[in-house]
Design a protein around this ligand. Structure first.
Ligand code: MN
Ligand code: MN
Length: 352
């Protein structure tokens, strides 16, 4: 346990809520001063931002999910990618650039680190010489985390990682029950690539076939560019998935789209999978398969913030390949999108 940066600490009661009284009127009555604290990111006034631990937001690291509400996990895989490699450095790059993020969300007043116990579980020890084995290793790693009442926010890695992550979640939440918010330039529903069934461009088709997700509660946003056949995106539509192509998003706020998404998904568990290439390369050049005329950074934020109120059970941010963006901004944007996901998890308090 670490001390709260303002010298005030809190305790949670059994169901994850915080109960009690506070004499400090900065805080609602449901907060209690005591000697236990939630893990806090290391602040920029405690340790210079360019120093300190290499964890996400410089949170404490932990070896397993014991006692956690949410775990950040790196999945350093790029054997599933079809063009430029380098997403194996995504976790390291995203963590490195996450040092700029402060604990409180100014727009929504979300206070995730006053509400949830969070830590960084490090990286999945994948086998970089063997993608099938890697996929098994990832699934087993998430099985072990999900044995605890802990959610995961994962740092990719290429998009193949979402398949084993969803396999583990489907064991916990039930087959065919999980809704999906999928942001991407690509549909990722190829039947195979070079004859391989498990790649970064086939994972969603496998997830539908294996009934890991509920297609009727699945939305794909940002799809665009060129295909191998004119009806490439229609496989998704034939499964009942709602496809929001990038052109539908051009020049407009995605608030209304997210109203529709929330209505469609309704109650029940939902997973958020955000491929950074869903954003335009002018916003996120550091990725392996860029496509132009994509979503803006603001639209990316609108999508994640628009998930507030849904029963979000976890999420990932994939396909950051830091070497293609010497500024570090793509990795920094990835880190911020993961923080935005953290802020919309159920149970995050908002300080009105
Ligand atoms: Mn993808
Ligand atoms: Mn993509």
């Amino acid at each position: 346990m670490t001390g709260h940066p303002r010298g005030v600490t809190y305790v949670r009661t059994g169901n994850g809520d915080i109960k009690g009284h506070s004499r400090d009127n900065r805080f609602p009555h449901s907060w209690m001063r005591c000697t236990m604290a939630f893990n806090q990111p290391l602040g920029g006034n405690e340790m210079p931002r360019f120093a300190g631990p290499g964890t996400f937001m410089r949170l404490p690291s932990q070896e397993n999910a014991q006692g956690l509400d949410v775990a950040f996990v790196g999945v350093p895989v790029d054997a599933g990618t079809s063009n430029r490699p380098g997403a194996r450095y995504g976790p390291r790059g995203v963590r490195s650039e996450s040092v700029m993020i402060r604990p409180y969300h100014m727009a929504s007043r979300a206070a995730p680190f006053d509400s949830l116990q969070a830590a960084d579980l490090g990286d999945v020890p994948i086998n970089t010489y063997n993608l099938p084995k890697t996929v098994q290793i990832i699934e087993a790693f998430y099985d072990a985390i999900l044995a605890h009442p802990c959610k995961t926010l994962s740092i990719g890695g290429d998009h193949v990682i979402t398949l084993p992550i969803l396999r583990a979640h489907a064991k916990k939440y039930g087959k065919g029950t999980i809704g999906l918010v999928h942001v991407d330039a690509h549909a990722d529903v190829n039947d195979d690539m070079f004859g391989e069934k498990v790649t970064h461009g086939t994972w969603l088709r496998r997830a539908v076939e294996e009934k890991l997700i509920d297609p009727l509660r699945t939305v794909q946003i940002g799809l665009r560019a060129t295909g191998y056949a004119a009806d490439d995106f229609d496989w998704s539509r034939r499964q009942g998935i709602r496809v929001v192509q990038a052109e539908e998003c051009w020049h407009r706020s995605l608030g209304p789209v997210m109203d529709q998404v929330r209505a469609r998904i309704g109650g029940g568990p939902v997973y958020v999978s955000f491929d950074i290439d869903g954003l335009d390369p002018s916003c996120a050049p550091g990725t392996g398969t860029p496509e132009f005329a994509g979503l803006t950074t603001i639209q990316g934020y609108e999508i994640v913030r628009g998930c507030h109120g849904l029963d979000v059970i976890g999420g990932d941010l994939v396909e950051v390949s830091p070497a293609y963006d010497a500024s570090g901004n793509t990795a920094m944007l990835g880190a911020n999108l993961l923080y935005e996901m953290l802020c919309v998890l159920p149970g995050v308090k908002r300080r009105d």
